[in-house]
Design a protein. Sequence first.
Length: 243
Amino acid sequence: MSLDWKALLAARETETHFVVEGRHAVERLQTSSYSVERILRIGTDLTRREASELLGFHFHRSHLAIARKPENPPLSALVSTPGTVVVLPEIADPGNLGTIVRNTAGLGGAGIILGKGASPWNAKAVRASAGALFRIFLRRSASLTDDLRQLARSHTLIGTSLSPRSVPLANLPVFAGPAALLLGPEDFGLTGQLESLCHHLVRLPMSREIDSLNVASASAVFLYELQNRSIAAERTTSPLPNT
């Protein structure tokens, strides 16, 4: 059965496929493990007007691609990958999700576990990830509670929270091994049930009567701190060179 690429461009995302926009993103897609179904070049395969009509907005870039969504990886794939595992129970905004994907890839994260919420293959999320989407594991969890209980056997679960039980990030106790960072939804944060599964709850101290940062911005701060702690721990445990 031939690929109906015009219908896919109009849909932007289906259960099996998604669209990638822009030359740099398409180039990163081509060097990834994703299956590329078709690459379309403006001026060669279709005109800019045709692309704009299919996509539903004025398309000003030079390349489009249609790729197949990867299979959902097992939890073991994330557990065995070095770095912090980011857990997103319910991120609603695809732009925030794409930025968190980029932050996770850029700041040493192992991958992301998704509960409900936006799709990482939504066009807005793909754009915001700037190609990082093709570089890390993304798992859609059928049961987030079960995944977290399994993850707790090998990782320290750290929940971001404004709860009175949370501590400033700088006061997070020292812990051994990798971490899993739970970031709650933009509006109401982590549920009490999810907080109860966490080993630690942390917050970012704010000033000028600001409650918190945007979840995507906050993710970068938390990931940077956890990456630095991991690097410092490796230096501390590494044997001294012979002199």
